[in-house]
Write a protein that binds this ligand. Structure first.
Ligand code: SF4
Length: 258
């Protein structure tokens, strides 16, 4: 999979009066203006990242569920390095339920927190067998009762394995949603609700991928590459990182991250 260019659009022109423009952009927009701008940002990101998708490798809902549990506190790339062996060895929920702890730990050790993750995925297999006939449930309220599964993981599985719209609030999504002025909250549940209210449900899954892709590649936590950002003209946080195009271009991480 080849990642698209991090930004195919030029950043906003340097000639505009930066301070005045930032002040105007940061001014509290009306609800209508906020929704309009949010949807425009989503459309622009769709053009910049036409093939945004989850960067975890999987072929079944169970595989995605396990991969997402493993992705806590590590990179998708790291997870994708261990899952081929794990998925070949354990194919069903029953396989995980009856797995040998030491064996699982050895396979996933490089993903970090491997003891807790082993406990989660063996417990996951047991819970799926005991309560869901060995199948991954298709409802958020059921998914979040499984070991190691919070709302973020549940929404990843709903959106990507079942095609049921879900907003995935990870660290990138939350940061970008705050920078765009879509929320002021640090609470993922509130972020999910407030951002969800700005978009039709049908956009939720792809919106999540686009924000996460942009956060990984351009809008970094510490030094966002504002001067190389394709949605700079729409962003009320423009200027939070370097606006000089040459400086900013060096900050862009082209991916892929899988
Ligand atoms: S903060 Fe900067 S890098 Fe992030 S979206 Fe806004 S303009 Fe782009």
């Amino acid at each position: 999979m080849t990642a698209p260019p991090a930004s195919s659009k030029p950043a906003r022109p340097a000639a505009a009066p930066g301070a005045a423009r930032r002040k105007a952009a940061k001014a509290e927009p009306s609800r209508t203006a906020l929704v309009r701008r949010a949807r425009r940002i989503n459309r622009e990101l769709a053009e910049i990242y036409p093939d945004a998708h989850t960067e975890l490798d999987f072929t079944t809902p169970l595989e995605l569920l396990v991969a997402t549990i493993l992705s806590a506190q590590t990179t998708d790339k790291r997870v994708n390095m261990v899952t081929p062996v794990l998925f070949a060895r354990y194919r069903t929920a029953a396989d995980y339920a009856g797995a040998d702890r030491d064996e699982v730990e050895k396979i996933i050790v490089t993903t970090g927190f491997f003891r807790a993750k082993t406990t989660s995925i063996i417990g996951l297999g047991q819970a799926l067998c005991e309560r869901f006939g060995g199948e991954v449930p298709r409802k958020l309220k059921d998914l979040v009762t499984l070991p190691g599964v919070g709302r973020k993981t549940a929404n990843v599985v709903l959106g990507n394995a079942f095609g049921i719209p879900g907003i995935t609030v990870d660290t990138h999504f939350g940061r970008l949603a705050r920078r765009f002025g879509w929320t002021t909250s640090d609470d993922p549940v509130k972020v999910e609700a407030e951002v969800g209210a700005l978009f039709p449900r049908s956009e939720w899954t792809m919106l999540s991928h686009r924000l996460i892709w942009h956060g990984r590649r351009v809008c970094h936590s510490r030094r966002p590459a504002c001067g190389a950002c394709g949605i700079a003209p729409l962003c009320p946080s423009y200027g939070e990182g370097p606006t000089d195009p040459l400086v900013a271009a060096k900050l862009v991480k082209p991916g892929p991250f899988s």
